[in-house]
Design a binder for this molecule. Structure first.
Ligand code: NI
Length: 257
């Protein structure tokens, strides 16, 4: 029923009960999970997860916060990890994060973002994009480096409808997470209202960003229903319809049969 398009089950917060929790997800109506890497060490763990659980697929890439001082050879390592399993279905998460002033430096983040877009194009895989306080540069890089060739998703999209439309025009999807359930999330609510359901994915970004009423707790894919319910309420459709269409969208983007 549900497709979690962005999760981090390799995170150490899941160490105490990872196996038990993952094995329980299909019973909670979770049919698919994309587990995203954030650095090379987590890429190893993502490969382990996709081998262990049928319903878990992976994305391998280096998060903008982890690109500082990275060896240029890292891109060869990424290539190797991606080639190791046909269940690695995207390059991610990659992007720009300007939240912490120049850490890593912006030009270093941009270089690695571009490098990994090129890798995705070479491998013909979509990109999973992280963008925080960097909307204009993220959009321009995706446009200038023809990310449209492979498409992808703007994960945890929290911006206004105008920018959302530009991404959709470029063939991208918008990943809607727990923030949509927060009372003050007016911009993303406006985006969900105006953009077609056919361009939305749902995601947890677990263990982070738990939706209301679980806010502040450790998040997991079992909470997707709260996100689907809120989107359904905004769009005037049933939660089942949201689950069905967002699952179809994710299967189309990640080419999962
Ligand atoms: Ni993430």
């Amino acid at each position: 029923m549900y497709f979690d398009s962005h999760a981090h089950y390799d995170d150490r917060q899941f160490d105490p009960d990872r196996d038990e929790l993952l094995l329980s997800l299909p019973e909670s109506g979770v049919d698919y999970v994309i587990n995203c890497a954030s650095d090379l060490a987590s890429a190893e763990k993502v490969l382990d997860l996709v081998r262990r659980y049928d319903f878990v697929y992976g994305a391998v890439g280096i998060h903008p916060e982890a690109v500082g001082g990275l060896d240029p050879e890292a891109v060869t390592s990424l290539y190797g990890y991606i080639e190791e399993s046909s269940k690695i279905v995207a390059v991610g998460e990659i992007g720009l994060d300007y939240h912490y002033e120049d850490n890593p430096e912006r030009d270093v983040q941009q270089e690695w973002f571009i490098e990994q877009i090129e890798l995705a194009k070479e491998l013909e895989l979509p990109v999973i994009v992280h963008s925080r306080d960097a909307a204009a540069d993220t959009y321009e890089i995706l446009r200038d480096y023809d990310a449209e060739q492979v498409g992808g998703v703007l994960h945890s999209y929290s911006g206004a409808p105008e920018m959302a439309q530009k991404y959709i025009d470029m063939g991208f999807y918008l990943g809607i997470g727990g923030m949509i359930t927060f009372a003050n999330a007016k911009k993303v609510a406006a985006t969900v209202e105006k953009m077609p359901l056919e361009r939305l994915l749902i995601e947890t970004d677990c263990p982070y960003l738990a939706p209301v009423p679980m806010r502040g707790k450790r998040n997991d894919s079992g909470n997707l229903r709260y996100i689907a319910e809120r989107i359904a309420q905004i769009k005037g459709v049933t939660p089942e319809e949201v689950a069905r269409v967002t699952t179809e969208n994710a299967k189309r983007l990640f080419q999962i049969q």
